[in-house]
Design a protein around this ligand. Structure first.
Ligand SMILES: Cc1cc2nc3c(=O)[nH]c(=O)nc-3n(C[C@H](O)[C@H](O)[C@H](O)COP(=O)(O)OP(=O)(O)OC[C@H]3O[C@@H](n4cnc5c(N)ncnc54)[C@H](O)[C@@H]3O)c2cc1C
Length: 499
């Protein structure tokens, strides 16, 4: 009796809420679009930009935020002032697809080789991994390069899939001390601490080894890609809506799909989801749920990232590391990990630093918590960390501090996944059999995890395979990979220079 009445009340509430939703839907404006793109980051905008010349206003893009760009997010100290990235910053020499796009969009970029690094671990500071190893890791059995060779090219690799995750593979193959050494000297410790599929991460490493050598920085920031793609798409008629989150993706009646956003009910026969996987988990509706239930989708794992930019009254770093031109430093000794000081004029002239760039979960959680206590707390902690790294320098109070916590800064394949990275890239082109849906973006292309290159290539895969375009840079069809991923022919120095 009691259960029955609870059920009756629950059913009544459900009926009322779906009535309210239906009523709410009735108040929204109707739109018909031949192609709907959800998400206005690099992947979604690239897709709109490429489709617009032939499809014009038949293309509609809906972005949740009041700005476009997603993980490409440039901020300035003063309104209208020069910008610096809180998300993506650079493109690498070998990322041809991105360079071609920059040229096509008329984006200028400045090449700026990394200068002297500073690594601090176990109470020791050093300017390269070999010196740090000698001073602080005497029980290691080989240097960084040889250890990576063992992981990538050694006989143990054949069994990588048998290890529960990448961490266990590394510890099992090279031992705990060597593993700790590699973790400590790499800036991105998320790679060493998240439960990643060993097989897929090694595939990524093989290709990332070939990402080389000198980074380039777009003048005006990576958001130049976003601005210019959006501008070109709208000039050709594409309709781009901001502050319009996709709330529901359902099967339609008069059309294949019906998408409910904040202000619209949108009908379309062709859908491109360019919302990253973690954010897409929050979208409702039967079509969204079908995607979310796919095993491949569930194997995508977002990594939480913190980035903090600071603008300064003076260039205190000029003499931070006597005799060296240190422009990047990282440490295991605090969560003030990985400071980066720009050297290209558009960044350097602003006296801005990325003071924190962190993906180790406990540290990112720490920054998130500290941020909730206010900027003063964040600045005090950064000051403490910087003084530890650069003990001989007077560090002034920053003029401005901007914090961004990325719930999913980039994506890997989860430990235990039976899929290869390229299986995922191919699956994303047509994840639901018999449906006209594609998934686009870095999160659906873990072979190029952490790079906007991943988002652009994922978009190219769908544009070529589904829309018959013939763009260079396609890596997969719906049936599988078409290009051999990189073989890691370049040296370790190149790999260490990046991200
Ligand atoms: C800190 C950091 C540094 C990086 N550095 C570099 C670098 O130097 N070089 C480089 O090449 N790459 C870098 N990257 C990676 C690069 O930024 C990303 O790979 C790329 O921007 C991802 O683009 P995307 O379109 O796949 O996803 P996103 O940019 O995440 O786009 C997804 C979009 O979907 C929107 N969205 C979410 N939910 C909804 C909804 N319900 N409805 C509608 N829209 C929705 C989001 O707001 C977002 O705009 C960096 C990333 C981070 C986080």
């Amino acid at each position: 009796m009691r259960i029955h009445s609870i059920l009756t009340i629950a059913t009544a509430l459900l009926a009322v809420s779906s009535l309210a939703f239906a009523d709410d839907k009735d108040k929204k404006k109707n739109l018909n679009c031949e192609v709907v793109i959800l998400g206005g980051g690099a992947g979604g905008l690239h897709t709109a930009f490429r489709l617009a010349p032939t499809m014009g206003d038949k293309v509609c893009l809906f972005e949740k935020e009041n700005r476009l760009g997603g993980r490409i997010y440039d901020v300035s100290r003063t309104p209208g002032g020069p910008v610096f990235g809180l998300g993506a910053l650079r493109i690498m020499e070998t990322q041809e697809v991105v360079f071609k796009l920059a040229d096509e969009l008329g984006i200028q970029y400045v090449a700026a080789p990394f200068e002297d690094d500073l690594i601090r671990a176990r109470g020791v500071s050093a300017n390269d991994s070999d010196s740090l190893r000698t001073a602080a890791y005497p029980r290691t059995t080989a240097g960084e390069s040889a250890l990576y060779d063992q992981l990538r090219l050694g006989p143990g690799r054949a069994n990588a899939g048998k290890y529960p995750d990448m961490r266990s593979y590394m510890r099992g193959t090279i031992g705990t001390e060597n593993y700790q050494f590699l973790a400590d000297i790499f800036r991105f410790r998320g790679d060493f601490t998240y439960p990643l599929s060993a097989k897929a991460y090694l595939e990524f490493l093989d290709e990332d080894w070939d990402v080389c050598c000198t980074p380039s920085y777009p003048v005006g920031g990576m958001s130049e890609f976003i601005k210019r793609m959006a501008q070109r798409a709208t000039q050709k008629g594409a309709r781009i809506y901001t502050s319009e989150p996709a709330l529901e993706v359902e099967s339609g009646k008069g059309s294949r799909y019906e998408i409910t956003t904040a202000n619209f009910v949108v009908r379309t026969n062709r859908l491109i989801v360019a919302i990253d996987a973690e954010a897409f988990k929050r979208v409702e509706g039967d079509v969204a749920r079908k995607i979310q239930k796919q095993a491949q989708f569930q194997d995508l794992m977002g990594v939480k990232v913190a980035s903090i930019n600071q603008w300064w009254p003076s260039a205190w770093w000029q003499n931070a590391n006597p005799g060296k031109k240190t422009r990047r430093a990282w440490t295991t000794e605090s969560c003030v990990n990985y400071i980066e000081i720009p050297t290209t004029p558009y960044g350097a002239n602003q006296l801005v630093t990325r003071s924190v760039y962190e993906d180790e979960k406990s540290c990112v959680d720490f920054w998130e918590e500290l941020t909730s206590r206010g900027t003063t707390a964040v600045e005090a902690e950064i000051d403490r960390g910087l003084k530890n790294m650069f003990p001989n320098v007077n560090i002034p109070k920053p003029l401005k501090t901007e914090v961004k916590i990325w719930p999913a800064g980039w994506y890997w394949l989860r430990a235990g996944s039976p899929y290869s990275n390229m299986d995922i890239a191919a699956w994303a082109i047509a994840p639901l059999q018999g449906e006209a849906v594609s998934l686009v973006g870095e999160s659906y292309n873990p072979q190029r995890s952490t790079w906007s290159d991943g988002a652009f290539k994922s978009s190219i895969n769908t544009l070529n395979a589904v829309f018959g375009l013939n763009l260079p840079g396609q890596t997969a069809t719906a049936n599988g990979p078409i290009n051999q991923p990189g073989k890691g022919k370049n040296g370790l120095a190149d790999f260490r220079a990046i991200r």
